[in-house]
Design a protein around this ligand. Structure first.
Ligand SMILES: NC(=O)c1ccc[n+]([C@@H]2O[C@H](COP(=O)([O-])OP(=O)(O)OC[C@H]3O[C@@H](n4cnc5c(N)ncnc54)[C@H](O)[C@@H]3O)[C@@H](O)[C@H]2O)c1
Length: 387
């Protein structure tokens, strides 16, 4: 902590929406010394009171009272997505900083309006897109920027997620409440790949409905989506998200293929990786410095003319093929908590010092939604629209 931070009083925080994720965040945020948890509100007043008692904070019975309170600096909106905009606008109009759950909202017009209001009020409006705060994702970003493996050529993300917590009555399946999978969930990964690789355009998208089940109000359950994004006009990135699996088989893989190797990361909050690459000894040492791996093996040694190769219109001299593996050395839930705290900490530092360069700004809430909205529109043009 810097001397600056120590002179700043803790930011006074209130949570709106005490569901699964809001309560997870409360447990994390109460560990932060630069934050004071003040109160909660939920339409479900039983849940609200229970949460307030657990954390010994105020249970608000009236959201307006919370939003107008002089005792609160920052409001965290953890309701389902359809409710984000109205609450955020009221909070900003009352001079509060806003941490809004992803997606920022459901439409680009609403997102623009929220961002303009935050800027005019000089308040933070951060969507809780935590992927940039994963220490492993940050190492991958360093690896990409170092160019040691050459240019990225292909990206890939496969998310085989569990549907067990998502019965047909759940708001997740109702596009007017959640936006659908690209918007509700995809924004995390659109933001991560943008962080890694830069701007992209969605070039095609599809979605499918499960054949044997409808929502409780008789609409299709669109449980698998797929799209391709094109980065820098020549790097295709494939995104697949499906919510079809039993919890025990929930699994994810991300991959970036470079000129001289490829890295695979496992789990949706990436906890481990495997890098397969061909490099000179010098470059291998540089990769080790960036990744700090737990282990590596030299799977092939090259000498004399074997050291030379020509690919992707370049000549190289290499010494070996290396398999490098590592993990974040903490349980997934602890990592998730670390990311959640790191994002808010970054925003609080910015509140105290507007010259601080944040890893995530309100623009990322917009660009992630822009990709998701575009993918949803493209998928809907091809049939099976949400109706
Ligand atoms: N950043 C992340 O990694 C992450 C992870 C999970 C969920 N989320 C996001 O968090 C949000 C909530 O998800 P969840 O899984 O906790 O949902 P949930 O259904 O478990 O909880 C939502 C809560 O909001 C309350 N609520 C609904 N409308 C409200 C309103 N107008 N005012 C006050 N309270 C209201 C509900 O009563 C419920 O308690 C979603 O936007 C979701 O995408 C983010």
């Amino acid at each position: 902590m810097t001397s600056d931070d120590m002179t700043n009083p803790p930011i006074r925080y209130a949570l709106i929406g005490c569901g699964g994720f809001g309560r997870f965040c409360l447990d994390q945020y109460k560990q932060m010394s630069n934050l004071k948890i003040v109160g909660v509100f939920d339409l479900d007043q039983t849940l609200c009171t229970k949460t307030a008692i657990e954390h010994q904070i105020t249970a608000y019975t009236d959201i307006d009272q919370l939003l107008k309170s002089d005792e609160i600096d920052l409001v965290h909106i953890a309701t389902p997505p359809f409710a984000h905009t109205n609450i955020a606008i009221q909070a900003l109009n009352n001079g509060k900083h806003v941490l809004c759950e992803k997606p920022l909202t459901l439409t680009l017009d609403e997102a623009q309006c929220m961002i303009e209001l935050a800027r005019s009020q000089k308040r933070v409006l951060a969507a809780n897109l935590i992927m940039r705060y994963d220490p492993l994702s940050q190492k991958v970003k360093q690896l990409i920027d170092s160019n040691i493996l050459g240019q990225p050529l292909h990206g890939f993300f496969e998310n085989y997620a569990a549907d067990e917590p998502l019965p047909p009555t759940h708001w997740f399946w109702k596009p007017e409440l959640s936006g659908g999978i690209f918007i509700e969930h995809g924004v995390h990964f659109f933001d991560l790949y943008r962080y890694w690789l830069g701007d992209f355009k969605i070039s095609s998208a599809q979605h499918t409905a499960r054949p044997n089940q409808l929502t409780d109000d008789g609409r299709p359950i669109m449980d698998q989506v797929n799209c391709t994004a094109i980065v820098r006009d020549y790097i295709p990135v494939n995104f697949y998200h499906g919510f079809t699996q039993p919890h025990r088989l929930d699994r994810q893989e991300m991959r970036i293929v470079f000129e001289r190797g490829s890295i695979r990361l496992f789990e949706w909050v990436p906890t481990s990786y495997e890098l397969d690459c061909i490099l000179s000894k010098h470059d291998f040492e540089q990769v080790q410095t960036i990744l700090q791996p737990q282990s590596f093996e030299i799977t092939e040694n090259y000498s004399q003319t074997d050291r030379e190769f020509h690919s992707y219109n370049r000549d190289y001299l290499i010494d070996g093929r290396y398999r490098i593996t590592g993990d974040v050395q903490m349980p997934k839930t602890d990592l998730y908590g670390h990311m959640v705290r790191a994002l808010l900490d970054d925003q609080i530092t910015f509140i105290h010092n507007p010259n601080h360069q944040r890893l995530l700004t309100e623009d990322n809430g917009f660009t992630s939604l822009q990709a998701a909205v575009h993918a949803t529109e493209l998928a809907s043009q091809l049939g099976s629209p949400f109706k």
